[in-house]
Design a protein around this ligand. Structure first.
Ligand code: PXP
Length: 247
């Protein structure tokens, strides 16, 4: 089964647009849980554009499923993670001017900085995942760094899938994710996927043999405007796992 992690950042984006107290991402997380989400992801960005500091402990206390805390690997964020003690931390690159997380971590270029930080998080019993491009070298370096999991940035895969005119092109593109996932598995890393996954492409992950988790935010929150969160989550989970949706 592919676990579904729901990223509730965009609920906070709507709240922050007006500086109100609603909609509450914590309440959203509870509805996601009712819809069958396997974990909740939130990204505390340096600029606090959506999730706020107070949301994170509140989320951790309100959900029964694991919390995946997404952060840049700065000293300040590592300390917050050590206080919150989420189930998992996903380390991501972060640029203030970006609209969303663009591209994976440069794990090879940041080995010296990342290694002790990963060790500190793991020493607290937190599972560490690195958000990387689905490339062999990045996978090998992630294993060397002692990560427990890698989350493959699916942004460019999603764009390429949308541009495909033939099924066989989509099969070939998905084979690349399958290759990355198999290599991660051989190196003892869990294979997670995230970014840009939606109701037209997520079912292709059924062809990725060692896919363990998909983290999806924007598409689920957008669909929830029409169906409600619970149903949006349920439908996505079916796309990921029900053989009837296997392309
Ligand atoms: N995983 C990671 C590491 C991310 O940074 C994001 C985007 O915040 C997501 C998953 C979810 O991406 P999307 O909102 O496009 O589903």
């Amino acid at each position: 089964m592919i676990r579904l992690g729901v990223n509730i950042d965009h609920v906070a984006t709507v709240r922050q647009a007006r500086g109100e107290l609603y909609p509450d991402p914590v309440q959203a997380a509870v509805f996601c849980e009712l819809g069958g989400a396997d974990n909740i992801t939130c990204h505390l960005r340096e600029d606090r554009r959506h999730i706020q500091d107070r949301d994170v402990p509140s989320l951790k206390d309100s959900i029964k499923i694991p919390l995946n805390f997404e952060i840049a690997g700065t000293e300040a964020m590592i300390r917050i993670a050590q206080q919150i003690m989420p189930h998992a931390v996903t380390l991501v690159p972060e640029k203030r001017e970006e609209r969303t997380t663009e591209g994976g971590l440069d794990v090879a270029g940041q080995m010296r900085d990342l290694k002790p930080k990963i060790a500190r998080l793991k020493d607290c019993g937190i599972l560490v995942s690195l958000f990387i491009e689905p490339e062999d070298h990045a996978i090998e370096v992630s294993a060397e760094l002692g990560a427990d999991a890698v989350e493959f940035h699916t942004g460019s895969w999603c764009h390429q899938m949308a541009a495909c005119r033939r099924t066989r092109e989509q099969v070939a593109l998905t084979a690349k994710l399958n290759h990355a996932s198999a290599l991660a598995h051989r190196m003892g890393l869990q294979a997670h996927f995230g970014h840009g996954l939606n109701y037209t492409n997520a079912m292709w992950l059924q062809h990725v043999e060692h896919a363990e988790e998909a983290n999806i935010g924007h598409a689920i929150v957008a669909r929830a405007l029409f169906t409600g969160l619970k149903e949006a989550v349920q439908t996505m989970k079916e796309l990921l796992n029900d053989p009837r949706h296997r392309p």
